[in-house]
Write a protein that binds this ligand. Structure first.
Ligand SMILES: [Ca+2]
Ligand SMILES: [Ca+2]
Length: 395
């Protein structure tokens, strides 16, 4: 017994020594987090301690959701900690309760959906001020947001594609999903207008400056009863259409909303989730969608130091960053299966029973079976394991 506890003690000493030799500084945020007055409003700016003013750094624009503010959103998303680690600047524009009683960005009002007016213009004004004050890489300016902030990040991408070069959307909505407060609630509960139509609207809006392919990554909880999951699907479908038009000027589905890669994944000790990836015509991943099983209205993988967070989901903050910057973060293999040879690649197609039938994914009996199961209007996923001819709705 005695020698056993001695062993434990010496092991503890070794561990403590290792910790002191290699201090875990990853999560130390040692930069500055400053409130900047902007007219009658303000934003907060995080500048990492590694910023030297000589090297250009990326800029991440973080748009909080309703009943949040810059401090809460920074704490909940932990974006400043990542900025410290990766050396980029973050700004958090504040939406005051004088502009919206719930502190929501007014993504559903026409005055705030177009270039040169309203909140998109205001936020870009803040971005331009930060560009004047810091050495920002103009090609690496991104926006991300939750809920109303997610919806506003979509508006920003459509209205200022010359400024914003990719977006991360948590529980957001497609472009112009609504044009009134009543319409906003309808869209949140059951989705907005046809995303193909909205995709054309976004493309026309982008054409006021410069239409360019827009990288988009979506996070959506499957049990979000504030912003229905339909909206997560619609954001991808809308941007698929917008990007389809952008890449060759034609609506020929050179980019579409059928995922090229589907992976079922899980957080160790946390939630399961599905990652969908959508490639451009050259085969590069242009869009991604993460559906987090059982998650409500929340920032996936966030900290309870903020609000509207779910600590058991995949880490949206680092996943969004690596997606937007193209920086690959190695994912650990499934710890429950050490011999995991890697997830098999599954092809997914999203559509109505009729669309699946017309595309040859269903025969007549499959068409009738799926039609009975899902109805003939609803869209649903069919999956095909790569190298097989069999399509199924079970994955
Ligand atoms: Ca096209
Ligand atoms: Ca299309």
């Amino acid at each position: 017994m005695k020698s056993n506890s001695m062993k434990k003690l010496s092991l503890l000493l070794v561990v403590m020594l290792i910790i002191s030799l290699f201090p875990i500084t990853t999560y130390a945020s040692e930069g500055t987090f400053t409130k900047v007055t902007y007219g009658s409003r303000y934003y907060k700016v995080y500048v990492p301690s590694t910023y030297d003013g000589v090297t250009e750094v990326p800029l991440m624009v973080m748009l909080h959701g309703g009943l949040q503010d810059p401090d809460k959103f920074a704490a909940g998303t932990k974006m400043n900690l990542l900025a410290e680690e990766k050396n980029f600047i973050v700004i958090y524009p504040d939406q005051p309760d004088t502009a919206n009683s719930s502190k929501c960005w007014n993504w559903f009002e026409t005055a705030h959906q177009h270039r040169g007016s309203g909140e998109p213009a205001l936020i870009v004004g803040m971005i331009n001020e930060v560009k004047l004050n810091y050495n920002i890489n103009d090609d690496m300016v991104y926006a991300a947001g939750l809920s109303a902030g997610g919806a506003m990040s979509v508006v920003l991408a459509a209205t200022y594609p010359d400024v914003i070069h990719g977006i991360g959307v948590g529980a957001g909505l497609e472009y112009i999903a609504a044009t009134s407060m009543m319409g906003a609630f309808t869209a949140m509960s059951s989705g907005g207008p046809n995303p193909n139509t909205q995709g054309v609207l976004a493309y026309n809006e982008m054409a006021k400056s410069i239409a360019s392919l827009m990288p988009v990554i979506v996070f959506q909880g499957t049990s979000d009863y504030t912003v229905n999951i339909q909206n997560g699907h619609q954001i991808i479908s809308q941007w698929a259409q917008t990007n389809d038009l952008t890449d060759d000027g034609e609506d020929n589905n050179s980019i579409d909303d059928t995922a090229d890669v589907v992976q079922n994944k899980s957080v160790e000790g946390g939630r399961t989730y599905t990652r969908y990836a959508y490639e451009d015509a050259a085969g590069n991943i242009l869009m991604e969608k993460y559906l987090v099983d059982g998650m409500g209205h929340a920032w996936s993988g966030g900290s309870s130091a903020g609000n509207y967070t779910d600590g058991t989901g995949p880490d949206a903050t680092s996943i969004i960053w690596s997606f937007l910057t193209g920086e690959i973060i190695e994912e650990p293999e499934d710890p429950e299966d050490p011999g995991d040879p890697g997830d098999p690649t599954v092809i997914v197609a999203y559509g109505t029973a009729t669309e699946h039938y017309v595309a040859g994914r269903l025969d007549v009996s499959g068409y009738l079976a799926m039609g009975t199961k899902y109805g003939y209007i609803a869209k649903f996923n069919l999956y095909q394991l790569e190298g097989t001819n069999v399509w199924t709705d079970i994955y």
